[in-house]
Structure formats: structure tokens, C-alpha cells
Write a protein that binds this ligand. Structure first.
Ligand SMILES: NC(=O)c1ccc[n+]([C@@H]2O[C@H](COP(=O)([O-])OP(=O)(O)OC[C@H]3O[C@@H](n4cnc5c(N)ncnc54)[C@H](OP(=O)(O)O)[C@@H]3O)[C@@H](O)[C@H]2O)c1
Length: 296
């Protein structure tokens, strides 16, 4: 009998792609897939293909037992509720354990453990990983590095002004990864044969780039010059506040820069290729494909 797979957050960008990869690339029978989401109406297009849709909301823990009934392998897509999501993630792990789920895949962040971690949301992921470790279930933790797609938010003002202000220490390298490669790796992690796996993967791109190298790739693809300016965290924070950037975004930006500077994303791994059999997409391709989104 085939295993039943459930993907939480299936209406999100990553979750939706995972469901598509399961069917289209890994040949999983749609009847063996359940797409979980807070709002099933958002997945009206998925149901007709034979994928079942169930309500999964980490903030409604009493309903999770029903949601996970009969599921063999579960992908928990971390929610986007930074700072408030840990209780819900823990509830999902507890409900999965109680429901007899045989293995959990979780989308985490670059090594989130350790006291005084520079990343403001590291605790959400460290706590969730700990709950999974303590569950005793087999797991595959996918520590996704920063998506290429984050640049769709960061770069437009940079392209407009020509200046890229950063609190990253000069020489910092980051192994950005395409969200689609994270999705493909997550689908692969669900379906690759499970023994009693207890595995942690760093899901990275194939190259670690300095911010100047990222800027040069963007300039080459988009035709806009970019001057990278390294500032102290204090100076960058003041400049962002003066520019009206919300306090939470300032804190998030500085914490990600500090995490990068600490070298926590500086080492590319071969996990994407190991899991999916394909090399990760390069950042240069991301700029080419998304040219219109950047320059209109
Ligand atoms: N590595 C990176 O650079 C990076 C960047 C951005 C985000 N992330 C993380 O990766 C996740 C997936 O990325 P994405 O691009 O797909 O983000 P997204 O499109 O913004 O999706 C947000 C996700 O959060 C889920 N969610 C929110 N509240 C939930 C709840 N109460 N219970 C269950 N699920 C809940 C949503 O599920 P439904 O809408 O289907 O209920 C959806 O899957 C994000 O949620 C975030 O944790 C990582």
C-alpha cells in the first residue's frame, strides 16, 4: 500500500510547489497526497487533479488530530508568523506523533541553535527542531538558506537609487537558494525511501556570493549599476528608520545581516543535488527569468 503524504501550508508559494513536484516530477499518485491549508478555498484548483484538501491550521491545535489522521509522512512548512509560530509548530509535531505519522519533514533555517543567535527568528526554528528531535519520530530537517526570491523585495529600491546599503561585514558570503529548489528538495525528502532517518540538510545554492558579486550579477542581467555601501549596524538602523522603514523590518534586516556576517550561510552544500538528483539553479538564472519583475 502506498504511503499517504500531507503537505501543510499548501496554499503558500513553497507548499503549492511541493504538491506540484510530488505529482509532476516524482510521479506520486494524487490520491496519496493531502494538501493542508488554513483556507481550502484557496486550493480549489488542486482538488480536481485528485489531491485531497484538508484544513490545517497550527493555531487550531484541537483540529490537528483529525487533519493528520491516516497520514504516513508529513511535511510541516514553517508558517510565516515570525515570533508567534512556535506553539503552533509544536502542536503540529505533537498531533503528528499522536496520529501515528511515521516521519516528519520540516522547513527550517540555517543552523538555528545556540544561545544569543543573531537571527531574531532562530528560536522559532530551534524550538520546532527540538520538538521533532524529542518526538522520537524519523525526520528530515531542511535548513533552507535565504531564497533568491527575497531579492524581489530587497532590490527594487536599490535599483532605483543605485546604492545598496548593508550591515553585512565586507567579504561575507551567502549561499542563496532558489525557492523552487527548496520545494523540489522538500518533495524529494518526503518520497525518498525512509529507513529510520534522522537527517539534517543544509538546503543551499551551489555558490556562496558576496553582496558585491550579487550586485554584479544583477547589474549584468538588469543593466542597472549598483554601488554597495557597507555601514555599521547602528548607522544602517538609523538610516532605515529615517526612511520610514517599520521597526520590525529594521530589526529583521539587521538580524539577517548579522547572521550572514557570522558566516552561518557561507558554505554551499550538495544537499539539493543529493536529494533531487539535480544541481541547484544559479542566481544569474533567477535575474534573467525575473527581469520584468525588477525592471518592468
Ligand atoms: N528561507 C527564506 O529565505 C524564506 C523566505 C520567506 C519565508 N520563509 C519561510 O518558508 C515558509 C514558506 O515560504 P513561502 O515562500 O511559501 O511563504 P508564503 O507564500 O508567504 O506562505 C506562508 C505560509 O505560512 C503558512 N501558514 C501561516 N499561518 C499558518 C498557520 N496558522 N497554520 C499553518 N500554516 C500557516 C501558510 O499556509 P496556508 O496559507 O496554506 O494556510 C503558507 O504556507 C514561510 O512560511 C516562512 O516560514 C523562508
Amino acid at each position: 500500500m502506498s504511503e499517504k503524504l500531507l503537505v501543510t501550508g499548501a496554499a503558500g508559494k513553497l507548499g503549492r510547489s511541493v504538491v506540484a513536484y510530488l505529482v509532476e516530477e516524482f510521479g506520486i499518485d494524487p490520491a496519496d497526497i493531502v494538501a493542508g491549508t488554513r483556507d481550502p478555498a484557496k486550493l480549489d484548483d488542486v482538488g480536481p487533479g485528485g489531491v485531497a484538501v484538508r484544513t490545517v491550521d497550527f493555531d487550531k491545535p484541537d483540529d490537528l488530530a483529525t487533519a493528520f489522521a491516516g497520514i504516513d509522512r508529513l511535511l510541516i512548512v514553517s508558517s510565516d508568523a515570525i515570533g508567534t509560530r512556535l506553539a503552533g509548530h509544536k502542536a503540529a509535531v505533537a498531533a503528528a506523533t499522536a496520529a501515528g505519522v511515521k516521519g516528519i519533514v520540516y522547513t527550517s533555517a540555517p543552523n538555528p541553535h545556540g544561545a544569543s543567535h543573531p537571527l531574531i527568528f532562530a528560536g522559532d526554528h530551534a524550538g520546532t527542531e527540538a520538538a521533532i528531535f524529542e518526538s522520537g519520530l524519523p525526520y528530515r530537517i531542511l535548513r533552507n538558506y535565504w531564497y533568491h526570491e527575497n531579492l524581489l523585495r530587497t532590490l527594487p529600491p536599490v535599483l532605483k537609487s543605485g546604492a545598496w546599503y548593508t550591515a553585512e561585514a565586507p567579504g561575507t558570503r551567502v549561499a542563496y537558494v532558489a525557492r523552487e529548489d527548496c520545494a523540489r528538495a522538500a518533495a524529494a525528502a518526503l518520497v525518498r525511501p525512509w529507513d529510520h532517518d534522522k537527517a539534517v540538510y543544509d538546503i543551499t545554492g551551489g555558490e556562496a556570493l558576496t553582496i558585491e558579486e550579487v550586485a554584479a550579477l544583477a547589474t549584468k542581467a538588469l543593466g542597472k549599476p549598483i554601488n554597495v555601501v557597507h555601514l555599521s549596524p547602528e548607522t544602517l538602523a538609523s538610516a532605515l528608520k529615517v526612511a520610514g522603514v517599520p521597526e520590525f523590518v529594521v530589526a529583521l534586516t539587521l538580524s539577517m545581516d548579522a547572521t550572514n556576517s557570522a558566516g552561518l550561510l557561507s558554505t554551499p552544500s550538495d544537499a539539493v543535488e543529493q536529494l533531487t538528483g539535480r544541481e541547484p539553479r544559479p542566481l544569474s538564472a533567477f535575474f534573467e527569468v525575473n527581469r520584468a519583475a525588477f525592471v518592468g
